[in-house]
Unconditional design. Structure first.
Length: 117
């Protein structure tokens, strides 16, 4: 069984960021559909997507919903990028393992392939 962690750092401004988040979610969905272990972590400016993707009218809501059970968000960055309320409304888990941020070391130590978008 493969283990992959998709870390989404791309913000919501611009077409390039949308492309990166869609590619990350597509990759994560492929792993989910193969019953692999998957983590999807929105970090940095990527936390802004939590204010958009849970909206059923968003073009990529269904893709987000396909991996939603694997999604978490950096606790520190959710506050820094002012999306605390959106994270709470979406019911997304917060990670604060290392100085308020997700622990990349833990992912590597647990044999995850870490992919950044």
């Amino acid at each position: 069984m493969a283990k992959a962690a998709f870390v989404i750092l791309a913000g919501t401004e611009g077409h390039e960021g949308l492309g990166r988040v869609v590619n990350a979610l597509e990759g994560a969905r492929e792993f989910v559909e193969n019953d692999d272990e998957v983590e999807v972590i929105f970090d940095g400016a990527g936390t802004q997507w939590i204010a958009e993707l849970p909206d059923e009218d968003h073009d990529y809501h269904d893709l987000f919903a396909a991996v939603e059970d694997e999604v978490s968000v950096c606790d520190y960055c959710a506050t820094a990028f002012d999306v605390d309320e959106a994270v709470d409304d979406a019911g997304v888990a917060r990670l604060a393992d290392f100085d308020g941020h997700p622990s990349v070391h833990s992912l590597v130590d647990d044999d995850y392939q870490v992919l950044t978008f």
